[in-house]
Structure formats: structure tokens, C-alpha cells
Design a binder for this molecule. Structure first.
Ligand code: NAP
Ligand code: MG
Length: 403
């Protein structure tokens, strides 16, 4: 078979630990034999982030603005232990946080359903997509430890010098405080991305915050969503036969558990972080979920929702066999390639992305899978494969699809 041509490069963001190992295997076994792969490569591995004073992360986000589509491997967010492990010059920020702050937008996360892996919530028949606002709130917070008694205040100084003040708390002893912000423009683009995405996939949109308690902060999110819905999307939703539904976050959680699935659940940044791990695990595995950041300008960054699988990496370094599930990382590639194909009008590349995903699903449904899935599958006598053999089994299935 002649290799499939690409015209514009993908922005390739390499990462850390076990996912970095999988990244190379995926390229060698599943991409390079089939595609004349064009990428602009950025090494976001912690060593290189440290070497470049994290400039490489900023450069990769700017390249995404230039080319439009990126694919990202999971990366380490340094903590105290990583400082010594990697001899870091600084405790570099989360690359995802840096990239999201530059691109803005919304992260959409959808479970990948396969036969034989059933959600542990038995009434969930269809996937639930989480739409996570990717800017601000606690991820851009300012915090202070209060050492002793005193008054904490919230002060806003306008450009003309006028000040508005609110007392946060009059401390009689030590405590903690935290300041958060968001930007109206970012909330508006979050709302528009969610409404557009709902129309694209013909699914209802739910949105929930805690506006009864947070009467200004969360209420602003609620009001902006309603205003944009009423003025720009109401008619389109009616025509598409879908609905927009706002409720309190605790009510939403209760309803999600009782639902059949098949809708999009828009969440503020923190809620989305937490709920997407709950949804993916309940649907089967952290590694069976797609994740894409959609910016308001129409830039796309595809990634896996899980981390670098550190525990497996240490086993790998010890020469022990690992059985790490590469599906989320493969779907990051297929998602990015499909988007590139759509933008550049390359039907063969689009077909390849479909085939690659089908090969993953068919392989698992045939009973060949990694350990995380074998532990929960309803298929009888599954074959547990190691990390490399699983990818090679997918390649075999993919070759059959092309034969
Ligand atoms: P993790 O990498 O998500 O792994 C946690 C556990 O989940 C693993 O030990 C494994 O369980 C299971 N798991 C996750 N992905 C799996 C896969 N593909 N196949 C099979 N099992 C999988 O989280 P972590 O170990 O807490 O974090 C490691 C590093 O990842 C941290 O440095 C963190 O900063 C980073 N991180 C990055 C991202 C990102 O870049 N998007 C997101 C989250 C975390 P068992 O050990 O029980 O097999
Ligand atoms: Mg998280």
C-alpha cells in the first residue's frame, strides 16, 4: 500500500514516562507504516522542559495557533518529589495548564465504548461527554496562608483608581484564603463551544454550577449561558430536536447517575477535572476516554485524559513486563489526524483515522486486551497482552482492514 499523504504538519507534543514509551511504539507500529507522517515535533518531556526553562511548552502552544491541530502525550506536572528525581531548576507549571491558558477554550471528554466492557452504572446505555471549561477558577488562583488574627479583604482597583472592597473574613487566628477569577469573554466562548458541539453531535446539553451559593461568580456563568442560548441557539436547538438544560451541580450529579447517558455535561473547570475521571472510570477505564481541547478560534489539541502511568514506567525500567492500555493515546492521534484531514480535505487520511479507531475496538472485542480491561470485561477468557503486543495486535487488525 502506498503511504497516505499529508499536506500540513500536526503539532506533535511528546511527553513523559510510560506514555512516552507508548508514543514511540504507536508511531512505529501504527502510523509510520501507513502514513507519510508530517509533524512539527516539540519535546515536552520534563527533561527538555527543564532545559528550555519551559519555553518549549509555550512554543508548542503557539505552533498550535499557527497550524491549527496538535496531538499531545501525557506529561509530568512536577511536585516536590519530581524536583529531586529530575534535578529541576524550578517546579515548572502543569504543561496542560500553560497550553490551555494560551489557547483558552473547552475540553471535551467522551468514553470509548466497546462491547464486553459495560459501565458500572447499569442504566448508562450511551456515552456521557464532559465539556470542561479550560480557563481560570482554581487553576489560576492566588492563595495565602494567614499566619495570625487579622482582616482579609477583596479589593478591586479600577483603571481610574476607584476601589471596591469586600471583607472576606475577620480572622481571630491562623487560616487560609484563596482568590479566583474568570473572564467574561472566556465564559462566552465556553458557552458557544458547548452549544456548537451539542449541535454537531445532536445531543442535549446540560450545564450546572452552584449559583445558589455563589450568587455572583457562578451566577455569571449561568446568566451568560442563558443569554447566549436565547439569542443565538434556541431556534437551532429546536430544529435539531435537542434541549439545553440548566440545574444545580448537586442535582446534576444525582440526575447523571439515574440517566441513560447520551448527552453533553458542561462543567466549570474544577468540576470537569473531577467528573471526567469519575465518568471515564465508571465507563470502564481512564484509558478508554478521548479528550480534545477546542479553542474559540478553532484550534484543536488532542490528548489522553490519563497521566503518564508512572507505576508502570518504573516496572518497565526494572525490566518487568507492563500491560499499559494505549487506546486513549491512539485516539488522540486518530482525532488529530481526522481533524487535519477535514481541514486539508484528505479523504484517505480521514478513512485512516476511522480505520485506526475501528482496529482498536475490534481488537478488544475479539478478546485481546490489556490488563485494566481484562479485569472488568464480560467477555469470557480474554487474552491479556503486554503493552507492545497489544499495539502489534491492533496493527494486525488494521492491516486486515486494508487488505
Ligand atoms: P495516571 O498516570 O493516570 O495513572 C494512575 C493509575 O491509573 C495507574 O497507576 C494505573 O493503575 C491506571 N492507569 C492510568 N492510565 C492507564 C493506562 N493507559 N493503562 C492502564 N492503566 C492505567 O496518574 P498518576 O500515576 O497519578 O500520575 C502520573 C503522572 O501523570 C504525574 O506526574 C501527573 O502529574 C501526570 N498527569 C498528567 C496528565 C496529563 O498530561 N494529561 C494527567 C494526569 C496526570 P494501576 O497502577 O493500578 O495499573
Ligand atoms: Mg484530572
Amino acid at each position: 500500500m502506498e503511504k497516505i499523504k499529508m499536506t500540513t504538519p500536526l503539532v506533535e507534543m511528546d511527553g513523559d514516562e510510560m506514555t512516552r514509551i507508548l508514543w514511540q511504539m504507536i508511531k512505529d507500529e501504527l502510523l509510520l507504516p501507513f502514513i507519510d507522517l508530517k509533524t512539527e515535533y516539540y519535546d515536552l518531556g520534563l527533561e527538555n522542559r527543564n532545559k528550555t526553562y519551559d519555553q518549549v511548552t509555550v512554543d508548542s502552544a503557539n505552533a498550535t495557533k499557527k497550524y491549527g491541530v496538535a496531538v499531545k502525550c501525557a506529561t509530568i506536572t512536577p511536585n516536590a518529589a519530581r524536583m529531586t528525581e529530575y534535578d529541576l531548576k524550578e517546579m515548572w507549571k502543569s504543561p496542560n495548564g500553560t497550553i490551555r491558558a494560551i489557547l483558552d477554550g473547552t475540553v471535551f471528554r467522551t468514553p470509548i465504548k466497546v462491547k464486553g466492557i459495560e459501565p458500572c452504572v447499569k442504566n448508562w446505555k450511551k456515552p456521557i461527554t464532559i465539556a470542561r471549561h479550560a480557563y481560570g477558577d482554581v487553576y489560576k488562583n492566588v492563595e495565602m496562608k494567614i499566619p495570625s488574627a487579622g482582616k482579609a479583604e477583596l479589593v478591586f482597583t479600577a483603571e481610574d483608581g476607584t476601589q471596591t472592597k469586600e471583607t472576606i473574613f475577620e480572622f481571630s487566628g491562623p487560616g487560609v484564603i484563596q482568590g479566583q477569577h474568570n473572564i467574561e469573554q472566556s465564559i462566552r466562548s465556553f458557552a458557544r463551544s458547548c452549544f456548537t458541539y451539542a449541535l454537531d453531535c445532536g445531543q442535549d446539553l446540560w450545564f450546572a454550577t452552584k449559583d445558589t451559593i455563589s450568587k455572583k461568580y457562578d451566577h455569571t456563568f449561568k446568566d451568560i449561558f442563558q443569554e447566549i442560548f436565547d439569542s443565538e441557539y434556541k431556534d437551532k436547538f429546536e430544529a435539531a430536536g435537542i434541549t439545553y438544560f440548566y440545574t444545580l451541580i448537586d442535582d446534576a450529579v444525582a440526575r447523571v447517575m439515574k440517566s441513560e447517558g447520551g448527552f453533553i455535561w458542561a462543567c466549570k473547570n474544577y468540576d470537569g477535572d473531577v467528573m471526567s475521571d469519575m465518568i471515564s472510570s465508571a465507563f470502564g477505564s481512564l484509558a478508554m476516554m478521548t479528550s480534545v481541547l477546542v479553542s474559540p478560534e478553532g484550534y484543536y489539541e488532542y490528548e489522553a485524559a490519563h497521566g503518564t502511568v508512572q507505576r508502570h514506567y518504573y516496572k518497565h525500567l526494572n525490566g518487568e513486563e507492563t500491560s499499559t492500555n494505549s487506546v486513549a493515546t491512539i485516539f488522540a492521534w486518530s482525532g488529530a489526524l481526522r481533524k487535519r484531514a477535514e481541514m486539508d480535505q484528505l479523504p484517505e487520511l480521514e478513512q485512516f483515522a476511522d480505520n485506526l479507531e475501528k482496529a482498536c475496538i475490534d481488537t478488544i472485542e475479539s478478546g485481546r486486551m490489556t490488563k485494566d480491561l481484562a479485569l472488568i470485561t464480560e467477555l469470557e477468557n480474554p487474552t491479556v497482552l503486554n503493552s507492545g503486543d497489544f499495539i502489534r495486535a491492533i496493527r494486525e487488525t488494521l492491516e486486515k482492514l486494508y487488505a
